[in-house]
Design a protein around this ligand. Sequence first.
Ligand SMILES: [Zn+2]
Length: 362
Amino acid sequence: MLRLVSCQADSVTAPDPPQANAAWVVVGIDNGGTSNNATVLTATNEFLVDHLVEVPSRVTEGTALAVEAMESALDTVLTVSGLPRSAVRAVGLDTPGPASADGVISSRGSTNFSGQQWWGFDIRGALEARLGLPVVYNNDGNAAALYAHHEHFGADAVRRSSVAAIVGTGLGGGVVERGQVVRGAAGMAGELGHVMIPMQGLLEPDQPLPQCNCGNVGDAESVASLTGIVKNLLPYWLARHPDHPLAAMPIGLAAKSARGLAADGDALALKVFEQQAIALGRLFTIAAQFTDPHAYFVGGGVVETEPAFRSWFVDTVLANTTLRAEQRALTTIELIPHLDMAGARGAAVAALAVAARQPTDA
Ligand SMILES: [Zn+2]
């Protein structure tokens, strides 16, 4: 079974039904390298904003200004929604990783949080202290996975499982079981990008083994990411076809241009994305052996293209996902809609689940 998710995404269902007609809301804040994007979710599962509401994230200016900018995101989206701060019962926050399950940034920092102030910084706790409201943390891959899961399954979310892979600069994603993100002991579950996948038949006979920034050779991200295109896929294909137009461009620009060319039917660009789709299919084949999910979600730039190209891409993922007949009858591969808002919306879904369990005083 294969179908594309509709773009009508304006409601989700929380794991625990909140009180009917409750007057409170939760706010989701998606923290990124340049912007914070925020959304508001009501106790009755309705998103009150249907577009990006963004403020600068100021993460390069240190921890204090960055936390202040998150509060600014909250105030901005409440203004847009016409709500007072007193209506907010909890806040969901997501950031790029690596971070612990409780929102402590890696002791070695990370791409987005490179200043030394950030090393080991408890970003969740700092925002909670500033706002005086409960703050629920997820990394951005997990937040997007949670949003996709709840958006896709609706009222059945608490009875369903899913695995999401999001192709961006890296390969992010998450594992959702019965409506809840699988976090793992150290908060590092669902790091799908660094799962090793079989390379035989994916690579050409003379193609070098792809290297990942994490140090692995031949993991999913080493192929299915923009970084994988830059470091591994395009250098190989362009060496074989030095007269190709992409060979005349700087490699970073060539990598970003490849998707448009593929959508226009360029054979070399299509080989690059075919290898990415095969990598995702093989990753999902491994996921099938671990959690046997009801759905696999694919997100990222490949989804934001013309319908014909994305259908071909998802069909190629599906063709390379080996499932048993019993699994194939039950499962589906879908695209994650509204990815630009998926982080904030997933963060809000997580916050709603927590807020709905709190004693009512609103
Ligand atoms: Zn890796």
